[in-house]
Design a binder for this molecule. Structure first.
Ligand code: AMP
Length: 435
């Protein structure tokens, strides 16, 4: 859909039905002392800045709070087109920044095309469908973060939670954005508690998983309930595009631009990968000695669990290392601040779990330490890929204690190479820590 031919003239097809009209609140949060000049990002070759996309200030402010500076490859390839209203089909996995790509598109659209008079309850303007509750919650959270300075209402419809509660919320506030799993959305549709005839942007996330999970009949029904494809913008993402998905994407999109982002290929040749056989007790002193002795710029330390990350962070701080910690349960604004401190070198060490660590793309990380070997070999590849970026050499050091060493063969298989396992040099074993 071309954004110049908006749907604002379209009348709700259900005037007089059970939901009362509601006037739209337009007020934003009280204006804060912020202008775009507060958010400086230098131009860089081959990288697109969010500044180059003419996004509204409220969105830019939120983007700054999230610690994003440059567009990720999928954002760089898609946003210039999706912001013009073009449909896309995107081959991309999680971790690429695809969520922000479609959310920024949708939010900027809503800001640029405000409803002129009134908006009906239970009639979303943007509809995002994803296969699992976790994903829906994550997307809605990302949307809330990006809408921090905007008065846009986001609703989630997921199974496993009370229907009435979700309905009550839908009846209280207009729905600019609805993020839903197919099953619960169909429940809402069949009880006439939601109407999709005014959807302006439709996002289908992880289409291949929806297919695997048997949701396609429901998704078809949902798509049929939205306006015709030339009257809406459709953004479809999938990690794979086998024939089934290809057929569906052709059916659901119009003149779509197809974008492919290959899963992150870690250039392991720029990473010196070491595995140290250590006991659990040796991990802390070896870590401290590495951080103190080697030519360490910025370093990231990965643990498998949150509690391990928190405990390690405490111990590093006790031992005079300026460190920060990132885990999923830490509030987003605190995470952003930690990430900024790390980027600026105010803290040199970042302890993280996989979920949060994966999305971090910062140049200048010279060392990655795997305090625990990850259970999923893919995580190993993602973790070490935080260093050795942009052709600059990096070092990864993985600890394998007696309970973890058995995970090495699977990692080696994925890497297609043997890793050299040694005992750490004597100099790294010296103990000088505060427990
Ligand atoms: P996704 O692929 O949408 O799951 O995003 C993966 C992670 O990348 C999330 O933690 C996002 O917050 C983060 N992210 C998205 N876009 C950017 C960006 N342009 N710069 C830095 N991080 C980003």
């Amino acid at each position: 859909m071309d954004h110049n031919s908006t749907q604002l003239s379209k009348k709700s097809q259900r005037e007089g039905e059970k939901k009362p009209r509601k006037r739209r609140r337009r007020s934003k949060r009280p204006a804060e002392e912020w202008s775009l000049s507060n958010f400086q990002v230098p131009e860089a070759d081959d990288k697109l800045r969010f500044h180059d996309l003419s996004l509204c200030d409220e969105l830019m402010h939120a983007i700054q709070d999230l610690g994003y500076e440059y567009c990720s490859p999928i954002q760089q390839k898609s946003l210039p087109h999706t912001l013009q209203g073009k449909d896309i089909t995107g081959k991309a996995q999680t971790g690429t920044g695809k969520t922000a790509a479609f959310l920024i598109t949708a939010i900027q659209y809503l800001v640029k095309h405000p409803i002129q008079d009134e908006q009906f309850l239970c009639e979303p303007r943007v509809l995002i469908i994803a296969p699992t509750r976790e994903l829906v919650i994550q997307i809605a959270q990302d949307a809330k973060n990006l809408c921090k300075y905007l008065d846009l209402q986001i609703h989630t419809l997921i199974g496993g939670e009370k229907y009435d509660k979700q309905l009550h919320q839908m009846e209280q506030r207009v729905a600019d954005i609805v993020v839903a799993t197919p099953g619960r959305l169909i429940d809402f549709m069949s009880r006439k508690d939601i109407f999709l005839n005014l959807v302006e942007i439709l996002v289908l996330d992880e289409a291949d998983r929806m297919l695997d999970m048997g949701f396609i009949p429901q998704v078809k029904q949902i798509v049929r309930a939205t306006p015709r494809k030339n009257e809406r913008q459709t953004l479809l993402f999938s990690a794979t595009f086998a024939q089934d998905i290809l057929n569906l994407s052709r059916q659901w999109t119009e003149n779509a631009l197809h974008i492919e982002i290959e899963p992150e290929q870690v250039a392991t040749e720029t990473i010196d990968q070491r595995v140290y056989m250590v006991s659990n007790e040796e991990k802390l002193p070896v870590t401290l000695n590495i951080l103190r002795q080697e030519e360490v710029g910025l370093s990231m330390i990965f643990t498998n669990r949150r509690d391990q990350a928190i405990r390690l962070h405490e111990k590093l701080c006790k031992n005079g290392i300026k460190a920060g910690v990132l885990t999923g349960e830490i509030a987003q604004n605190k995470r952003s601040k930690t990430l900024n401190d790390f980027k600026e070198g105010k803290i040199r060490v970042l302890v993280a779990t996989d979920v949060v660590g994966r999305g971090i793309h910062i140049d200048g990380v010279t060392h990655v330490i795997n305090y625990n070997l990850p259970e999923d070999p893919e995580d190993y590849v993602h973790r070490i890929g935080r260093t050795g970026r942009a052709g600059v050499a990096g070092i990864s050091i993985s600890f394998a204690d007696e309970t973890e060493a058995f995970q090495l063969p699977a990692i080696e298989e994925l890497l297609g190479e043997k890793l050299s396992c040694t005992y750490p040099p004597e100099s790294l074993l010296a103990i000088s820590e505060n427990a």
